[in-house]
Design a protein around this ligand. Structure first.
Ligand SMILES: Cc1ncc(C[n+]2csc(CCOP(=O)(O)OP(=O)(O)O)c2C)c(N)n1
Ligand SMILES: [Mg+2]
Length: 417
């Protein structure tokens, strides 16, 4: 497909200033290394739940996020580690969230799909496909209502553009003239279904026309194209109070999530797209333009790898949230909600969730004893399952968890996410 980018790609005037260009490259490299390491940590059972990597989509992420002002809002999907990093959230806190630790961006309660940084106006991390569009419209409505000129950038996938929320939200955003940019990250697949198999109209940026939302497109493999296109869309949303739909054409090099056997595409297709690697392509342009000396990319790589090493160490050393905090930060309105009960081994009967902290105080010692006994029993069970010689549970880094939680091959993930 001929995109705006293809005619401009070799035009050096499009490159940002030297320092900016180097910062963009470094950020894309940081995201790549973060994602690779997150995948490894998942395989080591340090990361629970789902894990969706955005390797290959770094130019789409960095080009878009860097086109925002600090006051603008950003909302993404479950594939959002890169968005948080590009917004400036520390890799330490993002990794800690993946590890389920208290120093994570959501206190360890959200995991990979729910990274959040309200201070940087990064509103998540959202697991419901297409569910973030109405929320984005709500944020833009709030900005409008309060008379600010903040813009909301809403990132979602090609698959999400088939959800009812897409049409409903674009209609209202156009009707109410909301300052929101809808960015569809067209990575060619919604899980295992290709664009051609899930969409009658494959030029996704045209999909807003019937709702009164103009469309733009960019080469999502090229940060130098993505940045100005999103910049222009954001400026129009801010100044003209006009929602815009931008389609970034990109590709994810890895599976949908860590549990994806990738039977729906050929290795050859993946290889073809890998040749357009957004990081390598940009680094080469910077070298050609004299913005990057030979060998400097390797030095940058050492730096970002060291940063990721530190993030892993930070996440490792952070604590898990204490069990008695289980019901903290939950919208339970005391007596208004009936039946929010909890049952566990610490007491004979049931108790209410909001009494958890009190229970932990009263029954703390007993609770500790029970937890230790339960761990011992788990170990015995594991040994019995695997045969006497095996010590699988102890060999994982989370040997204190029941066996299925410490599963390292991703088979514990249903394809639902
Ligand atoms: C409402 C809803 N339906 C189905 C799912 C399961 N699901 C998770 S990711 C996904 C594919 C979405 O694809 P796309 O929007 O292209 O985003 P990508 O994963 O490619 O980034 C589906 C169907 C879900 N999480 N939410
Ligand atoms: Mg997709």
């Amino acid at each position: 497909m001929a995109t705006r980018a293809e005619s401009k790609k070799k035009d050096r005037e499009d490159l940002p200033e030297r320092d900016d260009a180097r910062a963009w490259l470094r950020q894309m490299m940081l995201i790549r290394r973060f994602e690779e390491r997150a995948g490894q940590m998942y395989a080591k059972a340090k990361v629970g739940g789902f894990l969706h990597l955005a390797i290959g989509e770094e130019a789409t992420i960095v080009g878009a996020v860097r086109a925002l002002r600090d006051e603008d809002y950003l909302i993404s999907t479950y594939r959002s580690h890169g968005h948080a990093l590009a917004r400036g959230t520390s890799p330490d806190n993002v990794m800690a969230e993946l590890f389920g630790k208290v120093d994570g961006t959501s206190g360890g309660r959200g995991g990979s799909m729910h990274i959040f940084d309200v201070g940087r106006r990064f509103m998540g991390g959202y697991g419901i496909v297409g569910g973030n569009l109405p929320l984005a419209a709500g944020m833009a409505l709030s900005s409008d209502y309060q008379g600010t000129d903040d813009v909301t950038l809403c990132v979602f996938g090609d698959g999400a553009s088939n959800q009812g929320t897409f049409g409903e939200t674009l209609n209202l955003a156009a009707l109410w003239k909301l300052p929101v940019v809808f960015m569809v990250t067209n990575n060619q697949f919604g899980m295992g279904t290709s664009l051609e198999r899930h969409s009658a109209v494959t030029d996704l940026h045209r999909r807003g026309e019937g709702f009164g939302v103009p469309g733009m497109t960019c080469d999502g493999m090229d940060v130098v194209d993505t940045h100005p296109v999103i910049g222009e869309a954001v400026a129009r949303a801010r100044d003209e109070r006009q929602p815009i739909l931008v389609e970034a054409i990109t590709y994810r090099f890895r599976g949908h999530s860590m549990a994806d056997p990738e039977e729906y595409r050929t290795k050859e297709q993946v290889e073809e797209w890998r040749k357009k690697d957004p990081i390598e392509a940009f680094a080469q342009r910077l070298e050609e333009a004299g913005h990057l000396e030979e060998g400097e990319q390797d030095k940058l790589d050492e730096e970002v790898v060291a940063q990721i090493d530190e993030a892993v160490q930070f996440a490792d050393e952070s604590d898990f949230p204490p069990p008695e905090s289980l019901y903290d930060d939950i919208y339970v309105l005391g007596g208004q909600v009936k039946g929010w009960y909890s049952v566990d081994e610490r007491s004979a009967g049931v108790h209410k969730g909001e009494d958890e902290r009190e229970m932990a105080g009263e029954l703390g010692a007993r609770s500790q004893l029970h937890a230790e006994t339960a761990r011992e029993l788990d170990k015995k069970d594991t040994k019995a399952d695997d045969g006497e010689d095996s010590d699988t549970a102890e060999n994982t880094d989370r040997g204190d968890l029941p066996k299925e939680s410490a599963d390292s091959d991703g088979a514990n993930q249903s394809p639902g996410g």
